[in-house]
Design a protein around this ligand. Structure first.
Ligand code: NFS
Ligand code: SF4
Length: 684
């Protein structure tokens, strides 16, 4: 591609400052002190953020119930619940006769499709880069984790050894990588059969999926089929629509996302515990600050390298900076944290605020969860917003597009770093970097958990299972997902997690929940003493792990599936994921990806509770189906609970139900104080 095409500067757009009356009280907007301070700065400087907009624009009541249909131009057909509720038969219908159930299920299915597509398209990009590396078409990427490659080769039926002169020898690692890369990439376009990784699930789960006929054939196919089925006048049975949701969601969790995770591990290294720092306090006034924001680690991995380049550092010094400081935002941040210990500036709702500090010289974005308004906010400061992915460009504000290409990734990365350095002398607004920054330990891949629990030679999940069986650990919760401007930033995340810890539930986390936990100091081994019940505290202290295990980005929810599978395989806790004393939660979800994740958790046998609200309330029979009937089918089901205390109670109640079914309730009774004792202990 020519230079002109690769670097484009778009038109400047005027930013409309908010009126005072619209501004939200920072203390009500977030529980994070750094967020509060910088939000106040934004308001003083007349810069509008999502927090202010959420204060003014309320969500649509009909969309919120899931019962607005715009699948064809005879609509939008709007079917809100009548104020006095439904008396007698529900006669609501769209023009074509679509019931609220059909409409809500179609809308739900499209969220699954979009979420699965987002994760999986990320996975596809990784597979493409992986294949380029395997074919040695690029020098910038290499095979870093041989062991992991050999392990996944088995799952793809790729031979790792050949017989030469009657002797078995290992194949060239790049040859293996090529075969794996080709088979992995083919998972997207496969039309029949089964995705390879379905067999990674516990046998009972695999057999159940087979019986239910929900094993994905190929990733793209299942997503496209949702789009077809939800077109006007196709699938009009919410149960049948959910069945297709299962195929697409499993194609996300057990293929698109899982392949992304695995191949990233092979290219960049499987995460093992590393120390890092988090919150806006990681920005440095006297350094060039670059924020990498979005989801794919492909380019940011190269920016990590470019930012440490001695020539670049010299160049930064020549511009008056002491060095180059690279920090992450959203899941790109998690990716470079878990592999390099790179600092994180904040989670989803803080992206505009990072710019408002006045100290960010460049914000580099790739795909997903990037608010369009960062481009407007950047025009009020000196920050350059750089888009890098051909799928994700911006019309707002004044952005620069430097397209990333794996064949000269490091060169692209250096160009970006240089641009940031050149921008350092242009800082013009007063700088406010809050002092808040917390230490954290992250990088608990399921391999790392195995290692930490059992040691190198005897790495195993058995000690974890033993502690669940003896009741020191009550159960496992995967608490994940976004921030949502409709709720107080981080508040529900922290309440849910702290309630779980207090009740001896160990927490696995990813995404923006992981960052909320990090900022609140929950990702350190020391936090066990402060927040955990006696049993969990003892285990964490003995093993030396935090009670909340940061497993990575949102595609790494696939690691949670694998960890759950390892727990099943270690024995003593049933035969399937649905037997485990475990539950899933997304207290502040907002993205369609969260719905896809939620559904693959459910279809994998996990009881999954969402906060905020789910757009199904306008369709009572559909809601009943996903909240109750799915349990009969999958052993897992959806639930929704906006109140974080109730939310945590529901998770714990489910864990106890499973303990009872396993005959483990007695073990816990001996261990537990009652709830009142525990409340008195709570220092949070
Ligand atoms: Ni997950 Fe990560 Fe955050 Fe939500 Fe967005 S960053 S992929 S979608 S908002 S957790
Ligand atoms: Fe209305 Fe049916 Fe068209 Fe939906 S598909 S907009 S319910 S007519």
């Amino acid at each position: 591609m020519s230079e002109e095409k690769k670097v484009t500067e778009t038109q400047k757009v005027k930013v409309v400052p908010p009126t005072k009356a619209k501004s939200v009280n920072p203390k009500e907007a977030s529980v994070d002190p750094a967020t509060q301070q910088v939000l106040a700065k934004a308001q003083e400087e007349g810069v509008e953020t999502i927090f202010d907009r959420a204060n003014v624009m309320k969500p649509c009541n009909i969309g919120e119930q899931g019962t607005c249909c715009k699948m064809c131009a005879q609509g939008p057909c709007r079917l809100p619940l009548p104020k006095k509720g439904i008396e007698g038969e529900d006669t609501r219908k769209g023009l074509c006769g679509a019931t609220p159930e059909t409409i809500a299920a179609r809308n739900f299915a499209r969220m699954v499709a979009a979420g699965a597509a987002a994760h999986s398209d990320h996975g596809r990009s990784v597979a493409e880069v992986f294949l380029a590396a395997a074919r040695r078409e690029t020098e910038d990427y290499t095979i870093k984790d041989r062991e992991k490659l050999l392990e996944i080769a088995k799952d793809f039926d790729v031979p790792t050894h050949v017989v030469v002169d009657g002797e078995e020898v290992e194949r060239d690692i790049y040859e293996i990588a090529q075969d794996v890369g080709e088979k992995a990439l083919a998972e997207w376009g496969k039309q029949e059969g089964e995705i390879y990784y379905a067999k990674r699930a516990p046998e009972a789960r695999y057999e159940l999926w087979k019986k239910l006929d929900v094993i994905p054939r190929g990733i793209d196919r299942e997503i496209v089929e949702i789009l077809h089925r939800t077109h006007m006048g196709v699938d009009q049975d919410y149960r049948n629509l959910i069945k297709q949701c299962t195929r697409a969601a499993l194609a996300d969790g057990w293929a698109g996302s899982m392949i992304a995770t695995d191949l990233q591990d092979v290219l960049f290294g499987t995460p093992y515990p590393v120390q890092g720092q988090i919150n806006l306090g990681v920005l440095k006034e006297d350094h060039v600050n670059i924020i990498v924001h979005g989801h794919e680690p492909l380019l940011s991995e190269m920016i990590v390298v470019a930012a440490q380049d001695p020539e670049m550092l010299e160049y930064a010094k020549s511009k008056g900076a002491k060095g180059i400081n690279l920090a992450g935002m959203c899941c790109t941040a998690n990716e470079i944290l878990v592999r390099h210990g790179m600092p994180i500036a904040g989670n989803y709702l803080m992206q505009e605020l990072a710019i408002v500090t006045g100290a960010v010289d460049a914000m580099v974005v790739d795909v997903q969860c990037i608010m369009e308004n960062i481009a407007n906010v950047a025009t009020c400061y000196h920050t350059k917003v750089i888009t890098t992915n051909p799928r994700a460009m911006m019309d707002s504000g004044e952005t620069i597009h430097i397209e990333f290409d794996e064949h000269h990734a490091l060169e692209d990365a250096k160009k970006i770093v240089k641009l940031a350095v050149d921008n350092f002398p242009n800082r013009r607004s007063p700088i406010l970097i809050p002092k808040e920054k917390e230490m954290m330990v992250a990088g608990f891949s399921y391999e790392a958990i195995r290692y930490h629990l059992g040691g190198t030679f005897r790495g195993s999940y058995v000690p974890l299972n033993d502690n669940i069986i003896n009741g020191r650990i009550r159960g496992i919760a995967g608490v994940v997902g976004c921030n949502n401007a409709r709720t107080t930033h981080d508040s529900a995340h922290l309440i849910v997690v702290k309630e779980l810890l207090k009740n001896d539930v160990i927490v696995l986390t990813t995404g923006c929940n992981a960052m909320a936990c990090g900022k609140a100091g929950l990702l350190t081994p020391e936090s066990a003493k402060v927040y955990c019940g006696a049993g969990l505290e003892e285990v964490c202290e003995t093993v030396g792990i935090p009670p909340v295990l940061h497993m990575g980005a949102c595609v790494d929810n696939s690691r949670i599936l694998m960890a759950a599978t390892e727990v099943v395989k270690a024995g003593g806790l049933g035969k399937d994921i649905s037997d485990l004393p475990a539950a899933g939660s997304a207290p502040e979800w907002m993205s369609e990806k969260a719905i896809s994740i939620g559904h693959y958790f459910v279809a994998s046998g996990v009881y999954t509770v969402f906060g905020v609200g789910l757009p199904v309330s306008g369709a009572p029979r559909f809601a009943e189906y996903i909240f109750k009937e799915l349990e009969q089918i999958y052993g897992g089901m959806w639930d929704v609970e906006p109140d974080p205390y109730e939310h945590a109670k529901k998770l714990i109640a489910h864990i106890d139900k499973k303990r009872k079914a396993l005959g483990l309730d007695k073990a816990r009774e001996r261990k537990l104080f009652d709830m009142a004792d525990r409340r008195a202990l709570d220092v949070a």
